[in-house]
Design a protein around this ligand. Structure first.
Ligand SMILES: Cc1ncc(COP(=O)(O)O)c(C=O)c1O
Length: 442
């Protein structure tokens, strides 16, 4: 084996060893099952198809077409919808499909969530801010003028009354719901009338909550008035890294298809379509049990952190209705540091989390590199088989590291011991392979 090749392999193996022993709490991540892993290394990864099944640009697609049609059908069954396009290669690409379908190519206008309040960079305009440029995807790629919906900071949600005023004045072509910090269902129903009044389409970015929607534990945006929903398929929906667009509007099918191909990509990632089909069979079988547990664990984790003295947002609302928990850590500023500092301390102990802006951080002079908040997610630890008592254990690790300032290296050993019992992917068909196994083919 060449020296460089051996080095690459050894780094990959080290990563697998690290994650096998970690507590993974990034809200946008998950772990795929051995069956999904098998599908994503199949020969589809070498092939070109382009276009819709049955109308491909390339030959050799007989089996690729069969799988993509199966994947579309599984998507329609899971999300109870009439149309599914599984070609967008990521959540951002799925958002761009909605922008292409619902806004004008010149001077298009959209209302969405601001980034400091939980919106995603793909929702943002291209703008200058304090001498710096923000390259939001909506503005940079599509040239959209974006006005922000107003936000209720106490309840961590879109403020319907304020947003109605913004929409009436700005008259967007599209209103986009959904966010990266997403604790509670957004007021889709409440804003459908004003959308009709100004002639706006409703898009919903369900990247984070896709699995919760499919399994029936979050709002159902298509039934509440969204015209189309953009998804990531690898966050709460534990598939490979890819995206999708779903809709119930049969009159929009051609627009949505053309807005994806050829507008945004030529070939899509066929192996990930195969992996997504497998993940959907798992979620149709185990999703109800899995996603109930994800949300129960988020609530239990929030409660346990609260009992350990952390300021978890929205106690008055039961903390969360999703897979996410948001903690305000500003009180630790002088003794330990802010979000970036705490993220690094936790990482030394092998707890992997996101620092996150709180809605009031910018106003109070904090920056996204070292903000006042932490965003924690329970999708992956739940998939490893953890339950409420493990959420209490993890909250204790947080206390030891942040409140008691124990040595992260010592806690890292305790965490490796704790993790020994959680080495399989649950809520999938049985396999002899463990989670995060590094597969050697030669
Ligand atoms: C709300 C939201 N939309 C879109 C995305 C982008 O998804 P992807 O990484 O699949 O492009 C994210 C990523 O975390 C997100 O939080």
């Amino acid at each position: 084996m060449s020296k460089k090749l051996a080095e690459i392999r050894s780094i990959l193996e080290e990563h697998h060893e690290m994650i096998k022993n970690a507590i993974p709490l990034i809200a946008s991540e998950n772990v795929t099952s051995p069956a999904v892993n098998e599908a994503i290394v199949c020969d589809f990864s070498h092939r070109y198809a382009e276009g819709w099944p049955g109308q491909r640009v390339y030959a050799g697609c007989e089996f690729i077409d069969k799988i993509e049609i199966m994947c579309q059908d599984l998507m329609k069954e899971y999300f109870k919808c009439k149309f599914a396009d599984v070609r967008p290669v990521s959540g951002v690409m799925a958002n761009l499909v909605l922008y292409n379908a619902f806004t004008s190519r010149n001077n298009g206008k959209m209302c969405a969530m601001p980034i400091p309040k939980g919106g995603h960079i793909s929702h943002a305009p291209y703008q200058a801010s304090s001498g710096r440029f923000i390259y939001g995807t909506a503005g940079t790629v599509r040239g959209l003028d974006v006005k922000y919906l107003t936000f209720d900071e106490e309840n961590m949600n879109i403020d319907p009354d304020g947003s109605i005023k913004v929409i009436k004045e700005f008259k967007p072509e599209m209103i986009l719901f959904g966010a990266s910090v997403f604790l509670f269902p957004h007021p889709v129903k409440e804003l459908r009338d004003v959308a009709n009044e100004v002639g706006a389409s409703i898009g919903y970015d369900g990247a984070h909550v896709a699995g919760l929607i499919g399994s029936g534990y979050f709002q159902d945006p298509l039934r509440e008035g969204a015209d189309a929903v953009a998804l990531s398929c690898h966050k709460t929906l534990p598939g490979p890294q890819t995206g999708a667009v779903i809709s119930d509007r049969v009159d929009l099918v051609d627009d949505l298809k053309n807005a994806a191909f050829p507008a945004l990509f030529s070939n899509h990632h066929l192996h990930n379509v195969a992996g997504l089909a497998v993940a959907l069979t798992e979620m149709l079988e185990f999703g109800k049990e899995y996603h109930k547990k994800v949300i129960d664990n988020a609530k239990a984790f929030a409660q346990a952190l609260n009992e350990q003295g952390f300021n978890v947002l929205c106690e008055h609302l039961g903390f969360t209705e999703s897979h996410q928990v948001v903690v305000d850590i500003v009180e630790f500023k002088d003794k330990v540091g802010l979000g970036g500092d705490i993220e690094r301390i936790l990482e030394k102990a092998n707890i992997i989390i996101n620092r996150n802006l709180l809605p009031w951080d910018i106003r109070e002079g904090r920056h996204y590199m070292n903000p006042g908040g932490l965003r924690l997610g329970t999708s992956e630890v739940t998939r490893l088989g953890m339950g409420k008592s493990e959420m209490v254990d993890i909250a204790e690790f947080f206390k030891k590291l942040i409140v008691d300032k124990k040595d992260p290296k010592k806690i890292r050993n305790e965490i490796a011991e704790f993790r020994k019992d959680y080495q399989e992917v649950k809520y999938c068909f049985q396999s002899s392979n463990n989670a995060y196994e590094y597969l050697k083919f030669y």
